[in-house]
Design a protein around this ligand. Structure first.
Ligand code: NI
Length: 259
């Protein structure tokens, strides 16, 4: 399979699992049809690391922010720190931010606080947000309905009903390797429902590796497996999915004068 115009809207190329061959891997991506990647920070250190990658590789863009579970290097003036980073034109979004209720219940207050504050920051600068929502659908939806940011729910795990609400706010739905998993029900229903102009594809690499490579490290060159599955349920070609999601990504993240 040879595809082009692949836009991976959610990666973590600063992850230590890429440290050994980062240079080799990232330089090879353009020859594998990848035209764009958003590499996302989860705290101060990784936001800076992803920005360095974005400055080095023309097709990589950075998202900066604090994930709800990654508050270890959070400071009182973290919003000022983020304002400083977003002066750089390779920063195209605030993310990865959001709520994760799978782990420690006692962190919910701080998770909710920084989620709201970072959405307000994004709104102030007219930037999209990249939202993580794990087992926190209700709070996520309520906050998004209230603050109405531009952006995407990445690795969407909610129901079609929730997807409808997200689309109504004007936000995008990011789908990744989970649609290829054998037990996938909801992601497949969502893949069928999402309006063409609200769909994005992503890896969340090094995690969420699509079938048939589950268990191995993920990277942007494996997106075609996800696109093929989405294409199958929508009755179109995988290249059509790649083209429309790349177009949507450029629009949302304001890349190549698409906005
Ligand atoms: Ni992620």
């Amino acid at each position: 399979m040879m595809y082009n115009n692949i836009f991976d809207t959610h990666a973590h190329y600063d992850d230590e699992r890429f440290s050994e061959d980062s240079e080799e891997l990232l330089s090879s991506l353009e020859y594998k049809g990848i035209t764009g990647v958003i590499s996302c920070g989860v705290n101060a250190e990784s936001s800076k690391a992803n920005l360095r990658l974005a400055e080095k590789y023309p097709f990589i863009y950075a998202a900066v922010g604090y994930h709800g579970l990654n508050t270890e290097d959070l400071t009182d003036d973290y919003i000022e720190f983020l304002k400083d980073l977003i002066k750089n034109e390779k920063v195209v979004a605030i993310g990865e931010i959001g709520l994760d209720y799978h782990y420690e219940k006692e962190t919910r207050d701080i998770q909710l606080k920084i989620f709201r504050e970072q959405i307000e920051l994004a709104n102030e600068y007219d930037l999209p947000v990249i939202v993580h929502d794990r087992e926190a659908h209700e709070d996520t939806l309520n906050i998004l309905k209230e603050l109405k940011p531009k952006g995407v729910i990445h690795c969407f795990t909610g129901s079609v009903e929730m997807a409808k609400e997200i689309v109504k706010i004007g936000m995008y739905i990011g789908l990744g390797g989970a649609v290829t998993f054998k037990n996938a029900v909801k992601p497949v229903e969502v893949a069928k429902f999402v309006p063409a102009d609200r769909l994005l594809v992503e890896t969340d690499c090094p995690y969420m590796t699509p079938v048939p490579h589950r268990g191995k490290r993920n990277d942007s060159s494996l997106i075609p497996y996800t696109a093929e599955k989405i294409a199958e349920v929508r009755g179109v070609t995988a290249q059509e999915i790649l083209d429309l999601t790349a177009e949507n990504a450029r629009e949302l993240f304001c890349i190549s004068n698409k906005c």
